[in-house]
Design a protein around this ligand. Structure first.
Ligand SMILES: [Zn+2]
Length: 1057
């Protein structure tokens, strides 16, 4: 008989219950202290230490030495294998027995040659269930291996998480024993914690809060930790409480097990392979024990790694995928950065990802899954839609520093008008633990209350892996339907989105990019990775185009499909949201650079092979194959190799249509004698052009004017741009009284996320870098190219040299820049004040462009003080504008009339060496009449990024110039030409085109290839059911809406024999 009710004080009652479950206080007499019963040491412990990440079979053959609890091992990135021999005492028959293991680092238990469970203190996995109930006849002796990686869940930062890794860190094993586990105690602890959570979370003015607290208090009254026979009554009280149901209007939470594993970040790629195994093998165990538990798993690359390194585990994952418990999500190869990859690269993320998911799990993903990335391109909805995906889940915008995003469930409408149903889990996390606090937060924070009554709840340790635990699952099971809380159900993304679809009539729409108001430094950090990314995107574009032409023209040529898949996958891997962004440790950056080198060298070999195939069989002398890989005519100055290793400059013309997206042949002698074109005029300032007119006379000492008849550029004696004139109209592009090409340094000390963040206040520390007069010299003089050259000391430690180049016929002036950069927490930019006024500037994004404000009117405007762009940005007023092009930069801003390109940063965490050393990059300025569309800014930016190729041809080059494709409208860009995925070794090509001006347009695609059939297809290359398009004289008519991307499948005629 319970004692009479006492006067209850809310706080003391609450704390009484807290002490009863505390792992810190009163464990000698409280319930927590009874979680484990009898224990005994393992029979024998031995270990083997290695710097390698060895496969199991190899590791267990090694020489294991005796070890004991308390031993240290390491250092960082090494692996310690433990052999654990154990014998369970006979007296424990009928009991649940665990191996309790506590060590630093990340452990993986192996049993009978297969991985069975992860063990990490940080991930709350310190116990491995040996048996649920030891039977009389069960074997009681066993040998296990525990593979411990010498790094934590989040790497091995020295001092703080994001500090560079400490290479000397040592690790320790602090517990290795067998123990009896009391499941009934565990259940009571879960219930009491949930009751406490409700009491606290619902608060003192809520009736249900008191009911929860008094129930818990009563359970403590009843429960004697030393007498298990008292437990069932307490348990019954809890069951009665949790069995009191909520009403029909209750919010529904869709609990999804998840484990965010960064494909590389504070640890190298190779460790991620093991992180996947440790995390997912634990998930398999949870799925076995909890048939209702569902786990969502993204990133095809990680699954591909597990398939090759842990085939047994992969087979189990496939098995659980069939049962619907293991749900592959996302559709992409990795969870890539949402800003920097090109449009084509984003398409390939889905193409590679979806085909892997289909092949391995029999099904493509129906939702894009990108919880953790640093912004989302406005072109993503269209790409998703055309990859069979209508749903999108993320949550990173909850990190916005300035503005709180107004929705959790909404339609996101992209650049072309495509819409996808988008959900941000309102709890603003992808690493929930299943607590009442989080469940309540999910309901309270939902910005679309009244519009939708369903939310996602992603639970499981994440970032460095780990994933869900049994305790989290137990909590969520208990909360399935109890009054005072939302209903919680284990669910799949499909069920979540179909529930959200049910409310779609009520939902709001957000148009345009999802800009993250944080981590804006990631557009610039690690310039070499950015450069590798841009360059490798170009190489793969060129290899695919040239190989496609070779396939069409040569019966013998084998399209290098498998090699291209490898190279694409490497590039896509590096576009992971902590790699291309530069927010990774040095080890990862070094690996990324090796990946780029691999793509460069193998890509160039493939280019040569395609060139050779194109040249075979034609009569004529050996020579150079000049290739224009862009779909429009080009006349450009090109440096051509001469015998003996020298180079000469040649003007490569395109007569008629001959060089449109095609080839022309040139032999050395011909080019060496390239006709003198109208000279790019170089004159040092001592002899200014007579009648040049324009601005008032500058000092004549040491300034230089470059003039190609299209634009006239004047540089002051320190290399700054004092004038940029469109010759035909005499229009000046540099703001009055200002100078362009002005380098500026900023202090760049963020609040925490060093490699990630540049803060608004850095703008207050602007310091122009001033050069010394007299450093400007004339470089190349006359002929087809004129240039000037100067040196600039940026600081005592860093210097810069620049060649300012103007080619004949070229509408832009290029700035080839070399920087030796040795700084700490500084940001280098270059500024161009323009004689242009406009409230908005235009920035290139994937397959299109968008406008952003040039003022700071609202908090949404000023939060975009640093933005990203791809190859160009433009500031235009009616009739005139100035475009700034670049070949490997992404960070930018336009404030007022000043265009600014972000060049180099110098953060120190998590890579202390990032960006130190030598850099080379090019940007260019293009003043123009009319709109940037009509003036050809887009093709100019392509030309800067895709130089004409001059490939040595081992055989004779084709005698006549030849063009494969051309498009009748300048608004439509033929971006990609490749072999169709569906017909490896077959004669089918895929063409990708997009509308680049933001207009409705009809156009003709001209083809000189032997095309038998043409049909539209989606981005996954699935044929449009409407059937083939009418082909007229090798022409196709295509109709585009603004920024629409279209893909064409071309079936080629059989190869000429
Ligand atoms: Zn991440």
């Amino acid at each position: 008989m319970a004692a009479a009710p006492a006067l209850k004080h809310w706080r003391t009652t609450l704390e009484r219950v807290e002490k009863f479950v505390s792992p810190l206080y009163f464990t000698d007499c409280n319930l927590r202290g009874r979680l484990f019963g009898d224990s005994c040491p393992v029979a024998e412990l031995s270990s083997f230490l290695t710097p390698e990440r060895l496969p199991y079979q190899e590791a267990v053959q090694q020489d294991f030495r005796p070890a004991q609890v308390g031993d240290s091992f390491g250092p960082t990135w090494w692996t310690c294998w433990f052999r654990v021999e154990l014998t369970i005492p006979e007296a424990w028959v009928g009991q649940e027995v665990h191996l309790r293991w506590e060590s630093d680092g990340e452990g993986l238990v192996w049993r009978d040659g297969e991985p069975v469970q992860g063990l990490t203190k940080e991930g709350e996995k310190t116990s491995y269930v040996l048996t649920d109930k030891l039977g009389e006849e069960d074997p009681r002796s066993l040998t296990l291996y525990v593979e411990v990686a010498c790094n934590g869940l989040l790497g091995a930062g020295k001092g703080t998480m994001i500090a560079a890794p400490d290479p000397e860190k040592m690790f320790q094993v602090s517990r290795a024993e067998l123990a009896v586990f009391h499941r009934d105690v565990h259940k009571l602890l879960v219930d009491l914690e949930l009751l406490l959570g409700m009491a606290k979370g619902l608060g003192e003015d809520n009736q249900r809060s008191y009911q929860a607290l008094y129930t818990a208090n009563q359970m403590v009254n009843i429960c004697d930790p030393a007498q298990p026979e008292t437990f069932p009554v307490a348990q019954a009280l809890a069951s009665k409480f949790f069995g009191q149901r909520g009403g029909e209007s209750q919010h529904t939470i869709h609990a999804l097990g998840h484990c965010h594993i960064d494909t590389a970040w504070l640890w190298p790629f190779k460790e991620t392979v093991r992180k996947c195994a440790r995390s997912w093998v634990t998930v398999v165990q949870l799925m076995e024990r909890n048939p209702e538990f569902i786990f969502a798993c993204s990133q095809a690359q990680q699954l591909a790694w597990v398939k090759s390194h842990y085939p047994g585990l992969h087979a189990r994952l496939q098995e659980f995928a069939c049962r619907g418990q293991f749900v592959p999500v996302g559709g992409t190869w990795v969870e890539m950065d949402g800003n920097l990859p090109s449009g084509e690269a984003m398409v390939r993320q889905f193409l590679q990802g979806q085909s892997f998911f289909l092949q391995e799990f029999g099904k493509m993903c129906s939702e894009f899954w990108l919880p953790d990335t640093f912004g989302y391109s406005a072109q993503l909805p269209q790409i998703m839609r055309s990859c069979g995906i209508g749903h999108f889940l993320t949550q990173k915008l909850s990190w916005n520093l300035v503005n709180s995003f107004p929705h959790h469930t909404f339609f996101w409408e992209g650049l072309d008008g495509s819409r996808v149903l988008t959900h941000f889990p309102p709890g603003d996390s992808y690493g929930m633990q299943g607590s009442v606090e989080e469940v309540l937060k999910t309901v309270a924070k939902n910005r679309d209350k009244g519009r939708t009554n369903h939310s996602a709840f992603l639970f499981g340790f994440g970032d460095g892996g780990g994933g869900p635990t049994q305790t989290m699952v137990d909590r969520l099971k208990r909360l399935c339907n109890t009054d005072g809380l939302p209903r919680v159900q284990f669910s799949s993304p499909e069920r979540l989105f179909s529930a959200l679809e049910g409310h779609s009539g009520q939902l709001c729409t957000w148009v345009g990019e999802l800009f993250l108001e944080l981590h804006n430094g990631t557009y610039t950090t690690h310039a070499q990775i950015k450069k590798g990314n841009r360059e490798c995107e170009r190489i793969l574009h060129d290899v695919e185009l040239l190989s496609s032409l070779a396939l069409a023209r040569s019966a013998q040529f084998l399209y290098p499909a498998a090699q291209l898949q490898d190279l694409w996958r490497l590039l896509l891997l590096n576009q992971f949201h902590d790699v291309v962004t530069g927010s990774c440790i040095q080890l990862v950056a070094e690996e990324a650079m090796c990946h780029y080198e691999d793509i460069r060298s193998r890509g160039n070999t493939l280019l040569s092979a395609a060139a050779a195939a194109l040249c075979a069989g034609e009569p004529g002398p050996e020579g150079l194959l000049i290739v224009n890989t862009l779909p429009w005519k080009r006349t450009e100055v090109l440096a051509l190799p001469r015998p003996g290793g020298a180079h000469c400059l040649g003007l490569i013309p395109s007569s008629g249509d001959s060089a449109q997206h095609g080839l022309c042949s040139c032999s050395h002698p011909h080019l060496a004698a390239a006709p003198a074109a109208p000279a790019a005029c170089v004159c040092s300032a001592g002899a200014p052009q007579p009648g040049a007119g324009g601005p008032p006379p500058t000092k004549t000492d040491g300034s230089v004017t470059l003039d190609n008849g299209i634009i006239r550029v004047r540089l002051d004696p320190t290399g700054r741009l004092t004038s940029l004139v469109l010759v035909a109209s005499g229009r000046e592009a540099v703001a009055e009284g200002a100078v362009g090409n002005q380098f500026v340094l900023f202090d760049d000390v963020p609040l925490y996320w060093d490699a990630w963040d540049v803060m608004d206040y850095h703008l207050e520390t602007r310091k122009p870098v001033l050069g010394q007069a007299g450093t400007l010299a004339v470089g190349t003089q006359g002929g087809v190219r004129g240039s000037a050259w100067f040196l600039l000391q940026i600081s005592p430690n860093s210097r810069l040299s620049q060649e300012v180049v103007l080619d004949v016929g070229c509408p832009y002036v290029r700035f080839h820049t070399e920087v030796h950069w040795h700084e700490a927490h500084k940001f280098l930019k270059v500024e161009f004040p323009a004689r242009v006024r406009s409230p908005q500037a235009t920035f290139e994004v994937q397959f299109g462009h968008l406008q952003r404000p040039t003022h700071y009117n609202t908090s949404w405007d000023w939060a975009r003080f640093e933005v990203w762009a791809h190859r160009w940005m433009d500031l235009s007023e009616h009739g005139f504008g100035l475009a700034l092009l670049n070949d490997c930069k992404y960070g930018a801003s336009v404030r007022g009339s000043v265009l600014s390109l972000s060049l180099l940063r110098a953060p120190k965490s998590p890579d202390a060496t990032v960006d130190m050393g030598r850099h080379e990059f090019t940007y260019a300025l293009m003043p123009h009449e009319g709109s940037f569309q009509d003036a050809g800014v887009i093709p100019a930016a392509y030309s800067l990024n895709f130089p004409l190729l001059a490939l040595p041809a081992p055989g004779p080059a084709p005698a006549a110039a030849w063009s494969a494709f051309s498009v009748s409208s300048p608004a439509v860009v033929l971006e990609t030409v490749k072999q169709a995925e569906t017909s490896l070794q077959g004669r089918k090509l895929v063409l990708r085109l997009y509308e680049a001006h933001g207009s409705h347009v009809d156009c003709w695609l001209h083809m000189s290839l032997p095309v038998q059939e043409a049909v539209l297809c989606d981005l996954l290359e699935r044929r449009d059911p409407a059937g083939p398009l009418p082909l007229r004289d090798s022409r196709l008519k295509l109709t585009f809406s603004p920024f629409q991307v279209q893909s064409l499948l071309l079936v080629l005629q059989p190869a000429p024999s």
